[in-house]
Design a protein around this ligand. Structure first.
Ligand SMILES: [Zn+2]
Ligand SMILES: [Zn+2]
Length: 225
C-alpha cells in the first residue's frame, strides 16, 4: 500500500504533466473495468465460441485466440505478465458445452460472430467490444472489480484469422485487463499503445503492430499491483 504522502506526491506530479504515461496509455479509472483474478496467481480460464461455425469453426477460433494470447513469443503476448498473475488457460470445448455451474468458473468468454451491435453499438457488424460482469469485492484494494468478462469479435475485423484479428484480440484483452479506448480517459497518442492504434481503427500511427506496446504492458502491471 502507498502511504498518503507518496500518493499525494504522485497526484501532484500527474496534475503537472498532462502527457503523463500513466494516463496516456489509458488505464480505466473504474475498477469494474478489470478482471478480479489479474491481481492474483489464480488462472484466467477462457472459452471460445463461434456463432457461425460455417464461417469459423469453434476449434479454429479457439486455437487462433489461444495462439495470439499465449504462443506468439515474449513481449508479444499478454500471458505471463506480472510473473504469471496473467495465466490464461483455454478450455477444451466451446463455452456453451459446459453446464452452468462449470461455466461460471470460466473467467473469460470469447465470441466470434457477424454482428454484436446490440451489445457493442451501431453500425451493424462493425464493432468489437468487451463487457465485464459480476462485481466482486477485493478487500485488499478496497474496490469492486469484475469476476467475468465477455469478448465480442466481429468477423469483419476482430474475428479474422490473420494479423488484423490478432490486433483486435490483443486490444480487446487490453480492455479485459482494464485499459480504456482512445478518448475515454484522454486522446493523447503518447506513449504508443494498441489501445489507440490505427491497427484497430484509432487515429494514432505510432504503434503499427498487432501486439500490445511496452506502455500497455506497464499500464496493466500498474492496474494489477
Ligand atoms: Zn481490482
Ligand atoms: Zn476498444
Amino acid at each position: 500500500m502507498r502511504t498518503p504522502t507518496v500518493l499525494l506526491a504522485t497526484m501532484a506530479a500527474l496534475a503537472l504533466m498532462p502527457a503523463n504515461p500513466v494516463h496516456a496509455s489509458h488505464p480505466n479509472p473504474d475498477p469494474f473495468k478489470h478482471l478480479h483474478n489479474m491481481h492474483y496467481s489464480a488462472t484466467e480460464q477462457f472459452c471460445v465460441e463461434s456463432f457461425d461455425t460455417a464461417q469459423v469453426s469453434h476449434a479454429s477460433a479457439r486455437s487462433f485466440v489461444n495462439q495470439t494470447l499465449t504462443q506468439m513469443g515474449s513481449g508479444k503476448v499478454w500471458n505471463g505478465l506480472g510473473e504469471g498473475r496473467i495465466d490464461l488457460r483455454v478450455t477444451n470445448n466451446p463455452c456453451s458445452a459446459y453446464d452452468p455451474a462449470t461455466r461460471a468458473t470460466i473467467e473469460i468468454e470469447v465470441y466470434y460472430g457477424w454482428d454484436w451491435s446490440g451489445v457493442c453499438g451501431a453500425p451493424v457488424g462493425y464493432y468489437n467490444c468487451v463487457v465485464h460482469d459480476l462485481p466482486v469485492w477485493d478487500a485488499e484494494r478496497g474496490h469492486n472489480d469484475a469476476r467475468w468478462a465477455y469478448v465480442y469479435l466481429v468477423f469483419s475485423s476482430g474475428g479474422r484469422l490473420d494479423n488484423v484479428g490478432r490486433g483486435f484480440i490483443n486490444h480487446e484483452f487490453g480492455h479485459v485487463w482494464g485499459l480504456a479506448d482512445h478518448g475515454v480517459v484522454n486522446s493523447s497518442c503518447t506513449p504508443a499503445s494498441l489501445m489507440h492504434s490505427s491497427v484497430v481503427g484509432y487515429p494514432c500511427t505510432n504503434w503499427p503492430n498487432w501486439y500490445p506496446s511496452p506502455a500497455d504492458f506497464q499500464s496493466v502491471l500498474r492496474i494489477m499491483a
